[in-house]
Design a protein around this ligand. Structure first.
Ligand code: PXL
Length: 275
């Protein structure tokens, strides 16, 4: 028998194409050596060309999944991805309090405020943005919005380092402990510069930009790699640095699959470990 690995819980939607959502989270958790557990919020119908539709999972089933694993198997860190509706968000927030997950507990909680797919297909009902701001952000150890999500959540349009700081400050007003404002969608920049802040420290993390259209699941993979490191006990700045390295390699090795946007690849991490 080997030692029991650390555990991470993802509360997110299923991607039938296997590159984003729950599937991205599980394959990243696996590649990072943590045991992944899931509370599925919605089932999307999609391929590399986009999201054709989705069905929400009943709210009681979402919260029952969280309680089932948290009360028996234990959760070392958790994250959220696609949550679809305000009702699911409100219920998830209440349940996380009940099972002692979140910034005021010992169990770190990462909120990736997923609003739309890369094709621009909505994954969140519009009225749910307010629930993300008021119910989830105050409970988050870290929030990881991309620039579109920053604009939707704060109204700040990030175009440079200064507006990226302004966005970080605006997001911190909603109460998370740390924010990571991802600069990957700032296409004018030669590098991908992400800004990590807790309001005191402002840390710029710079990585190379890879010229590929195949970045499906990139945000989910970054957030779940960070969550895996938090599950292993790393502090937020170290976990984010490790996650940034993980996603940079995963984008470098992304692959075309289907005729649209292919997925980022966590396989580099496994190949690295081969003899
Ligand atoms: O990458 C964001 C995302 C999250 N969750 C699900 C998705 C997507 C993007 O398509 O389908 C289920």
């Amino acid at each position: 028998m080997t030692a029991t690995p650390h555990t991470a819980l993802t509360i997110a939607g299923s991607d039938s194409g296997g590159g984003a959502g729950i599937q991205a989270d599980l394959r990243t958790f696996f590649a990072c050596g943590v045991h992944g557990m899931t509370a599925i919020t919605a089932v999307t119908v999609q391929n590399s060309r986009g999201v054709q539709g989705f069905s929400e999972v009943p709210v009681e089933t979402v919260t029952a999944q969280i309680k089932a694993v948290a009360t028996d198997m234990g959760v070392d860190a958790a994250k959220t991805g696609m949550l679809a509706t305000a009702d699911i968000i409100t219920a998830v927030a209440k349940t996380l309090d009940e099972v002692h997950i979140g910034r005021s507990t010992d169990v770190p909680f990462v909120v990736d405020p997923v609003a739309a797919s890369m094709h621009g297909d909505a994954l969140l009902r519009e009225e749910a943005l307010e629930a993300i701001r008021t119910e989830l952000f105050p409970r988050a150890t870290l929030v990881t919005p991309n620039l579109d999500e920053v604009r939707l959540l704060t109204g700040v349009t990030v175009t440079d380092a200064e507006s990226q700081r302004e966005a970080a400050r605006a997001l911190l007003e909603f109460g998370p402990q740390w924010v990571l404002v991802k600069g990957g969608h700032l296409y004018e920049a030669p590098d991908c510069v992400d800004l990590l802040s807790d309001g005191v420290q402002f840390v710029e993390l710079t990585g190379p930009r890879h010229d590929t259209p195949h970045t499906h699941g990139g945000g989910d993979t970054l957030a779940s790699a960070i969550t895996a490191s938090l599950a292993k006990g790393l502090g937020v700045p170290d976990a984010v640095a490790a996650g940034k390295h993980f996603i940079e390699r995963a984008v470098a090795e992304s692959y075309p699959l289907g005729s649209g946007i292919g997925p980022v690849s966590p396989f580099w991490r496994l190949a690295d470990d081969l003899p």
